[in-house]
Design a protein around this ligand. Structure first.
Ligand code: FE2
Ligand code: FE2
Length: 260
């Protein structure tokens, strides 16, 4: 089977495991993983930082570098490597499905690439403020218009535009309750976007932004290789290693368990 098409949650034997300690850093020691502070905040889950610091010993250290529990990324990772090897299954399918729907509707490539990337931060980084994080993550590699559209899709999802064919998502009534009102900064972002010349680019993201996940539906990410090639500047050093203003965000997804 083509290794590149395997998703990490569907396989594991293709990668070296913990029983091959020489394949990983900090060989022979237990490597503790401290959860990210933001993931526990406000949840009632105990903060384990202090307890883990107390458990440290010469044989027990904090993890830095490749985690045997995750597929190893290539030395110079490309966009689709993150899709295959890091993104949650829901985000993987949602992004591919949105892009495919836009492509089949005959939209031009800037819309297809925007759909393919619009929720990228949900894949392996952060959900909260996902439009802003996603836009920032890809901004060095896409056109200004595509990054702008991704940023504003977060706000536009809360506001119907019947003339454009977008109604308030049923999913949002379920997610947030039917009486949910978006905060003022989201309302302000919606007003800004409406008045902007790139409004329809962002609005089209929301139109192809679908939450209907068919279980047997599959799309091969490779089918977007050419569109990515023309619309996403893959750095030759790989994402995370090109010194861009967001390289650290890509590295965070490569090594999500690094202590520092
Ligand atoms: Fe979104
Ligand atoms: Fe989405």
């Amino acid at each position: 089977m083509d290794d590149k098409r395997i998703r990490h949650d569907e396989q594991s034997s293709a990668y070296p495991r913990e029983d091959d300690p020489s394949a990983y850093p900090q060989a022979g020691r237990e490597r503790m993983i401290l959860p990210q502070p933001i993931s526990a905040l406000g949840t009632g889950l105990p903060n384990v930082e202090k307890a883990m610091l107390q458990r440290m010993s010469p044989e027990r250290v904090f993890m830095m570098g490749d985690n045997p529990g995750l597929p190893r990324m290539p030395k110079a990772p490309k966009l689709l490597d993150f899709f295959r090897l890091r993104f949650s299954e829901i985000t993987f399918r949602h992004l591919l499905q949105s892009a495919k729907t836009a492509l089949e509707a005959g939209q031009d490539e800037k819309i297809v690439i925007a759909c393919l990337l619009h929720d990228i931060s949900n894949g392996a980084l952060l959900r909260t403020e996902h439009g802003y994080w996603s836009a920032q993550l890809v901004a060095p590699y896409v056109s200004e218009e595509v990054a702008w559209a991704i940023r504003y899709h977060q706000a536009l999802r809360y506001f119907a535009d019947e003339a454009a064919g977008f109604k308030y998502p049923d999913a949002y009534n379920q997610f947030f309750g039917p009486d949910y009102e978006p905060p003022e900064y989201i309302q302000q972002a919606h007003r800004e976007a409406r008045a902007h010349r790139w409004y329809m680019t962002s609005r089209l993201i929301t139109i192809y932004d679908m939450y209907s996940f068919q279980e047997n539906w599959s799309v091969d990410p490779e089918q977007f290789t050419d569109i990515i090639g023309r619309n996403f500047k893959e750095p030759k050093e790989g994402l995370g290693f090109d010194g861009s203003p967001t390289a650290h965000m890509w590295r965070t997804m490569i090594w999500p368990n690094n202590f520092l």
